[in-house]
Design a protein. Sequence first.
Length: 683
Amino acid sequence: MADMHTHSDLTRVKGIGIKKKTALARLGINSLKDMLFHYPRGYADKSNRRRVHEVAEGDAATLSGIVKSIQTTRSNGGRVMTRFQMLEDMTPFELLFFNAAYLEKQYSAGETLTAFGQVHKSGRQVTLIHPEIFRESDQLEQQLVIMPLYPLTEGITQRDMAALIREALDTVLPELEETLPESVLRRHRMPGLKASLRELHFPTDRARYKAAKYRLVFEELWSLQLNLALLRVDAKRGKGIAFRTEHVLDHYMRVLPFRLTEAQHSAIMDIYTDMSKDKVMYRLLQGDVGSGKTAVAFAAMALAARNGYQSVLMAPTELLAAQHFEAMKRLFPESVDRMALLTSASKHKKKLREGMSGGATDWIIGTHALLEEEVVFDRLGLVITDEQHRFGVRQRNRLEEKGLSPDVLIMTATPIPRTLSLVLYGDVDVSLLRELPAGRKPIETIYVQKKQFQRLCLKVDQLIETGRQAYMVCPLVEDSEGSAGLQSAQSLFEDLRSGAFRHRRVGLVHGKMKSSEKNQVMTAFADGHLDLLVSTTVIEVGINVPNASVMVVMDCDRFGLSQLHQLRGRVGRGEHASYCYLVADRPGEVAKQRIKKMVETQDGFEIADWDLKLRGPGEFFGTRQHGLPPLKLADLSRHLDILALCQKEVVDLLQRENTKQLEQDEIELLRRRRHEVFESFSI
Ligand code: ADP
Ligand code: MG
């Protein structure tokens, strides 16, 4: 297999030189093997013969006619252009070629030709640009088939692509190994990898094409599931720490300033049960915004500390990490000396890190800064990520790898249906917090037309007068071209500060600010030094200010439903009556429905379900955000059923591996995949 998979093999193909190789690299193609997985974005049906009078500009069309004349000229720019004047019965059309003067010698007037190419229409003049041409004698049936159209880049033509694909199909495909177990192929009646790839590039018939595509979609989702599962299974199966739980919860409940909700209590019981086993815990804690996940996290950390192990809580923002840290110090004053807060803003980082590696600290809270290589732990027994969809799979994993076999708890505010959580977390155990702490007043949600904004400001001002604080969230940071009419945080801040709220303390925070500045403003707001905080969605997950009771969302039609729900969750966190004002100027139909849903319910699970039905899961999680590999053919909004099948197959496969019932091909496949996982997932 002499450098079959290296760069050099591309230039082996006729017509592919260094220049084209560079262009191909831009498409992520570095070897002939890559070509096989460079899927068509669509197809051109050459078999569909057309008449000159029916074609339109831009069509890809097949036309036939008699050659009247052939001429080669040179354009001002020095391009050599060869034109074939053609006649379809009495109707003239033209074929135009670039740098192909040799064609003059190969074809002559009076011949009948069939040409496939892109139509350029100028008035009545129809030209096919650089078409493929065939003679009557060229076995037209075999030539005029459905042709793939590939994503291109400058310097690469469809013709180059087709040549490369043909070469790849001839030379690399035969050596390609099957990627799905034989049993899975049989069970789902799917064609093999080779046949599927061939069919996807050069379809022969509709049914076969559909089967091939299904199989390749299946393959992507199966591979995703297996990779995720392998990451987990190793963790899950590893021998974990058997924590001793005696008296820990009693003590914790005594120091808490409030009574745990029933949901919190039972989540803690789930966690303690897992942690007391010598199996590694892998648990997802799903709880709506404000349901009190942090209190559950602290209970788990307390258990680790009591057993002499370190635990880490990773928060999505610096401010939130700092807030958690303060809360933790208040709850466990006797352990303050053994606590550390590590964010990129922390001073004396080296000393903090020494405390962690030397074992002097065991209550550890931080941000992404915890992922840095220099951060080493002594006896890390528990990893908690408060991710609210901010950390990718890889990042999460990186932290888990820092312990030997730490227990893992992932907290998320977005209630996601089981099928989808399977994609993100694999076969994870789930605890739900479906109940809000008692005494919470419902958040009154009100739709406000933009033209009533001034009146809304008066209302907000009255609430500030009673001692409350307010947020105003905008879709943009600053005014910019092409977003006419949308409210930017910068301009709203300036307007309000010198207008309706000139007698108040107004702050501004947005994503373009330096993180230290952001932090300063958010801390000032959290400490009650600001009355009104104008912001972008940076505050979505980053802040817990019980005294804030008003959330105004400007141009609310620009936000997704889950996002609106998250934003609304910033208020209603204390004992005060809270309000969420959704401001929009003539929202569209879909936006109106979203607003209506927000007004109707405050239940995040209900909202998520409804949202999922309305939009499909595509927006629910872009794969990039989660550090998952990109899917080429599979689309999570359309292929949930296939995803579920794959999940079942993967669970089954791993179970059989566990009980040593695998067939030979399955064993080999798993071995290869394990290897792949660590290449593609771990950093
Ligand atoms: P989230 O689940 O959104 O992370 P938090 O953990 O930040 O929620 O909790 C939201 C607020 O509710 C915090 O101010 C917290 O102190 C308070 N809280 C949590 N649990 C309870 C409870 N059982 N009773 C009363 N207040 C609680
Ligand atoms: Mg939280």
